[in-house]
Structure formats: C-alpha cells, structure tokens
Design a protein around this ligand. Sequence first.
Ligand code: IPE
Ligand code: IPE
Ligand code: MG
Length: 257
Amino acid sequence: MSHSAARPEPAERAKVPAHVAIIMDGNGRWAKQRGLPRLEGHRRGVETVRTVTNAARELGVSMLTLYAFSVENWNRPKAEVGGLMSLLEFYLKQELKTFVKDRVRLRTIGRIDELPAGVQKHLRHTIAETAHFTDYTLVLALNYGSRTEVVDAARAYAAAVAAGKEKLNDGSWATFNRYLSSADLPDPDLIIRTSGETRLSNFLLLQGAYAELVFTPVLWPDFTKADLAAACAEYARRERRYGLTSEQVKPAATAAK
Ligand code: IPE
Ligand code: IPE
Ligand code: MG
C-alpha cells in the first residue's frame, strides 16, 4: 500500500499480528522429494519450529500457535506416530533452557491427557517452569481438533449448567468460550498454512472466525523468517472489517476525507 510508508510508527506496529497461528504442513513431501524417510522431514520441521519461534518474537508477534499434531494424525502409520511423539519429547527436553533464556511461556491446546506419559511429563514441567513469562507465548496444538474441542466444551458447559454454576439462558459466546481449551488465549489474527494446501484441517475453526488466512506453497522444513515476514506483510495489507463497512473501520484521518 502506497500510503503505509508515511504512517506513524504506532499505527505500523498495530498492523503486526499479535497472535499468529501456523498449520505446519509439508514435512512428508519435503522428505519424499529428497528420497528420505518421512521422519527426516519431521526432524527438519523441528528445526523450522526453532527458527520461526525466534523470528516471530523478532517481528513483534507476541503469541505463536503451532499445529503440531491433530486428532486425526493418530491414524497415520504407527511408526510415524511413534516417531513424532519421540521427537516431541526430545524437543521439549532440549528446549526448556532456550525458553527460559528467551523468556518464552509455553502453553498447549488439545487433549493433552491422551498423549504418551513421557510427553505429558515434559509438557507439565516446561509449562510450570515458564508460566511466569508474560511477553511472548508459544502455544503447541497437540492432539488438537476443533470438533473434539467443541464436544469437550459442550460437555463441560452442560455439566456446569447441571451443577448450577452456569445459567443456560446466558448463551453468550464469551461464556461458551471459557470452556474451550484456548479459553484464556486471544483469537488468532493471522493463520498461515504451508505446503500449498488451502484448507484448515480442523484447526481453530471457532477462534479463527475473523482471522486473516495466508497460504504459502513453501513446505514447512523450508519455511524461513522471510516467509513469516512476508505473511505478516500480507496481513498488514488486509482490511479487517468484522462485518462493518470499509468506511467504518478506516482510521479517523482517512475516513474524514
Ligand atoms: C505436517 O507435515 C506435520 C504433521 C502433520 C505432524 P505432513 O507430515 O502432513 O507432511 P505432508 O503433508 O505429508 O507433506
Ligand atoms: C494438519 O496437517 C495437521 C498438522 C499440521 C498438525 P495434515 O497434513 O494432517 O492435514 P491434511 O490431512 O492434509 O488435511
Ligand atoms: Mg500434511
């Protein structure tokens, strides 16, 4: 946009998405292109997680959610699922030191209690050790799927109503939202999917109701800071209208013209 260069700094900063969520896709194809086993693609994908976690912080993003394992991913070959779980445990073990050094708070969404015990142990430990950091949050979506999340939330909400803790006639989104696994997290501003697929695959379907979507052909192991910056730049060019007219959401100076 031509006028963006003339904008004052705070407005530019406001255009940085506060919460970026990424569907990290394409590890398998990356490996296949090189004649390598799929797990090698996942290993390289972990390297990208490190790169992108840093890059997001450097770009001024304060929350990053990464779709690491979906509810549906359990149906992959057993060896791949096992390999992914081992990688996850290894990553958590290795990363704690870096999280503490960089003041990164770790969180999760998804059915964590169905993950292998070792993974759960490292998750609980890392979450506890980083809970006091406030500037930057990394959210791992693990055993996550929007549909199971909604079913779990509906069950918990119904139980709360039955117990007299919640009024059925309240019926507001704000109330129901408190029963989602992302209850205390802000909605994503930008959802990125790598690997050229243009679908959401059961990821943050409700929370992303007004998220901007950016799809890139880059395979996750090849995704760089420059790719993240490009997606953020694309986000900055979008006008988020939330059902209003363009005139209603224009900054005051422009709207007055
Ligand atoms: C994404 O890469 C990682 C996970 C789903 C865990 P894929 O493994 O889905 O890679 P492709 O889609 O087969 O290339
Ligand atoms: C979505 O990718 C899940 C994660 C990135 C963890 P998939 O590769 O599993 O999605 P589909 O099967 O292509 O829809
Ligand atoms: Mg895939």
